[in-house]
Design a protein around this ligand. Structure first.
Ligand code: 2IT
Length: 445
């Protein structure tokens, strides 16, 4: 490692002790933008990277609520407002027991580059809570969302910070949080995205992350002179992202042979179909966080406690959570003939897995692959500002165009001397340039 880069990273480590996920995300970006950064002394003079790795603001708050038994519960709430150089803070809210400040800082940091890649005017932010939705009643979910919003409402706004869903936060939770915001602020604004269609939500937003991921994979295949038809695809997860990706991949003729949950994974050699995809949604909505009933219903194999990366596939698309695919998994996939890994989850691969896949096969990072979700959130903000709603076709066309453009950006900044596309480098430099230039223009703030 370059000595100056090591010094830089040592400084970040000293300031953020123990924040493994955040440091992992920073390291990946710093490694890939370093040469570009050094070639621009004015960036260094303005300490652009030093400022970029420091969130503009972090809010941490107590979320007390009462469960169905009348017992008081206390969770921790967060909002990391990372960077507002190119637009209001924008990013999802995650409810998951694994949520920590480090996790949300990594997500907010990644979101800044991802949102820049979409070309829409959105800064980066992320929030959430260690609240575990598993097994909670609808009333408990509502009370928690309301308690969470009782504090968060004073920090957000349609021109300040616009949250959305993420793991554990879907249309229902966004609805409850939006309702409480509206009551407290006494304003009907587009302060959230992923809203219900009846109150300003964009058509295609639920599908957007998964659809966008497959549009991006299509572009990756096109660059290789291939297409999706007949390819075997391993997907992990069974939530919103997995659902959209499975639907679009299946529609385009691929065979999606796995889905997974915290309990293990299902191997379905015939591939998913509409009926099975609908059942996946039913499973998710049951709040039980298990996929094993799928295997029982469709008479296929279930592998308890395992991840789907041991199956022989052409393409692997992690759609669940960070670091769900490690170096050993990547090696197993490659040994089984897999030739493309596209992260639809945020930082779905460990650094070692991502590097191995970049060297040996073709790899694309989450901030490019999954940007379709936040891109359609950006389009929802546009529609809210115009007080108009576009048709499914209009939104889908725009989403498709944005994903094609992000791929072109990766090609522009990531093509190596040997002609290979380094998507990590392409996405990081592509995302970095716009934020850096905006920060330069705005002075030391
Ligand atoms: O990780 C992500 O990009 C999201 N959870 C979506 C964020 C958004 O604001 O739509």
């Amino acid at each position: 490692m370059d000595i100056k880069m090591k010094e830089f990273m040592d400084g970040v480590k000293a300031k953020n002790p123990g924040e493994a996920e955040f440091l992992q995300a920073v390291q990946e970006v710093v490694e890939t933008v370093w040469d570009h950064y050094n070639a621009n002394p004015r960036y260094q003079a303005a300490k652009i990277l030093e400022r970029m790795v420091e969130p503009e603001r972090t809010v941490i708050f107590r979320v007390p609520w009462v469960d169905d038994k009348g017992e008081v519960q206390v969770n921790r709430g967060f909002r990391v407002e990372f960077n507002s150089a190119i637009g209001p803070y924008k990013g999802g809210i995650r409810f998951h027991p694994s949520v920590t400040l480090s996790g949300l800082k990594f997500l907010g940091f990644e979101q800044t580059f991802k949102n820049s890649l979409t070309s829409l005017p959105m800064g980066g932010g992320k929030g959430g809570s260690d609240f575990n939705p598993k097994g909670k009643s609808d009333n408990e979910i509502m009370r928690f969302c309301q308690a969470f919003m009782c504090e968060l409402f004073r920090h957000i706004g349609p021109n300040t910070d616009v949250p959305a869903g993420d793991i554990g936060v879907g249309g229902r939770e966004v609805g409850y949080m939006f309702g409480m915001y509206k009551k407290l602020a006494n304003e009907f604004t587009g302060v959230f995205t992923g809203k219900g269609r009846e109150f300003g939500g964009s058509i295609i937003r639920p599908e957007a992350t998964g659809f966008g991921a497959i549009y991006f994979v299509q572009e990756m295949l096109k660059a290789k002179g291939k297409d999706l038809k007949g390819l075997r695809v391993a997907i992990s997860g069974f939530g919103n992202v997995a659902w959209g990706a499975a639907m679009k991949a299946t529609e385009l003729g691929a065979k999606v042979v796995t889905i997974s949950g915290p309990d293990g994974y299902v191997y379905d050699p015939n591939g998913l179909n509409d009926d099975k995809i609908n059942y996946m949604v039913e499973l998710r909505n049951s709040n039980q966080d298990i996929v094993s009933p799928y295997a029982k219903k469709y008479g296929v194999e279930f592998f308890a406690g395992k991840k789907p990366w041991e199956q022989k596939v052409d393409i692997a698309i992690p759609c669940a959570i960070q670091n769900e695919l490690n170096e050993k998994d990547a090696q197993t996939l490659i040994d089984g003939g897999c030739w493309l890994i596209a992260e639809a989850s945020n930082m779905g691969c460990t650094a070692e897995a991502a590097n191995l896949a970049t060297q040996k096969i073709t790899f694309a990072p989450g901030k490019a692959v999954n940007a379709g979700g936040v891109a359609v959130s950006g389009l929802e903000m546009t529609q809210n500002s115009m007080r108009l709603g576009w048709t499914a076709e209009e939104v889908d066309d725009k989403l498709h165009q944005i994903m094609t453009n992000i791929h072109a950006t990766c090609v522009k900044f990531g093509t190596e001397a040997n002609g290979k596309i380094n998507y990590i480098k392409g996405a990081n430099i592509g995302g970095f340039v716009k934020v850096a230039e905006a920060m330069m223009a705005q002075g030391i703030v």
